[in-house]
Ligand binder design. Sequence first.
Ligand code: CA
Length: 228
Amino acid sequence: MGVERKVLVVEDEPVINQAVTDRLRGSGYDVVQAWDGPGAVKVFAEAVPDLVVLDVMLPGFDGHEVCRRIQADRPVPVLMLTARDDEADILVGLGVGADDYLTKPFRMRELVARVGALLRRVDRAAELAERTNSDLGDLRIDPAARRVWVSGSEVHLTPTEFDLLLCLAASPGVVLSREHLYAEVWGWPGASGTRTVDSHVKALRAKIGTGRVRTVHGVGYALETPHE
Ligand code: CA
């Protein structure tokens, strides 16, 4: 990878914040810290991190609001830490631009692995863009500019939703398993992230139209090919 990647850790519980920070530093990352909502937005602007580890429950304003504000500034991968394995909570997070989430309590080893996978995904997105089909009937994708139009109107996708769409659009009409999508988009093999995939597909459908991504129960998802 060469250049040292910078991670912003946002967590109001000092012991957890420091433990995550120490572990990431031990794994070779440059780490900056914040302990509340306003502090997170400030440090983000000053330190320009490559990735943010973001707790949801924070003083000032919460992690969802932090995510909304920093993603409006510039797209950045966000790993959200949630206290509960609550789908509603997770969907709110994904809707404001979180890319992946971990439920507390989590293992440090898993956190470091997810951080590494998210950063690798940024590099992989360029490769995916080369394989994608950019013209799918009334769905048009500009991989270089990372923009999408449905029936001529631009749709704003989060970085993860965009990468997921690119992956589906690389093989339109082909059913891709949730495990395959997780490995391709998140760069992380195995079945541990299949719910993450489901949640992002749900969010993607809400934006590009429910009928465009077909669910094959027990298997995975396929992007519908355009009907002439
Ligand atoms: Ca907290």
